[in-house]
Ligand binder design. Structure first.
Ligand code: FES
Length: 132
């Protein structure tokens, strides 16, 4: 089963082949936006596949069209609702998508912010610790 890691949250989940990144985010409890409900119409599920990009499904024209509307699009950009997983991948949820999640889930916003802050603090501590 492919493993999906959401790096900014330090969450990981095993999912069946063919699962979308958005479905994996829901399963893992990762804060990824999905304003249109996963029908390739909003770009709020914009993520970066920083490892394992070749183990995701091909990008269709419709996805390219919607990605055009996203902010800070990069070579590793995908729409989480369209990218199917066929191997282990590392994913960074874009700031745009994270903000959309906060807007869509106000009851979970504080927890999501705290989770990201804790991971960022731990990463900074790791970087400051010689020999680790
Ligand atoms: S959830 Fe709207 S494009 Fe993916």
């Amino acid at each position: 089963m492919p493993k999906v890691r959401f790096l900014k949250e330090r969450l990981e989940v095993d999912v069946p082949d063919g699962t979308t990144i958005l479905q994996a985010a829901v399963k893992a409890g990762a804060p990824e936006g999905d304003r249109c409900g996963g029908v390739c119409a909003c770009s709020t599920c914009h993520v970066y596949v920083v490892k394992g990009f070749d183990d995701t499904s091909e990008i269709e024209d419709e996805e390219f069209d919607i990605l055009d509307k996203a902010f800070d699009v990069r070579m590793e950009s995908r729409l989480g609702c369209q990218a199917k997983i066929h191997g282990d991948v590392d994913v960074v949820i874009s700031d745009e998508s994270f903000q959309a999640f906060l807007d869509e889930h106000p009851d979970d916003a504080e927890k999501a912010r705290a989770q990201r802050a804790a991971v960022a603090d731990a990463a900074a501590l790791d970087a400051d610790t010689p020999g680790e």
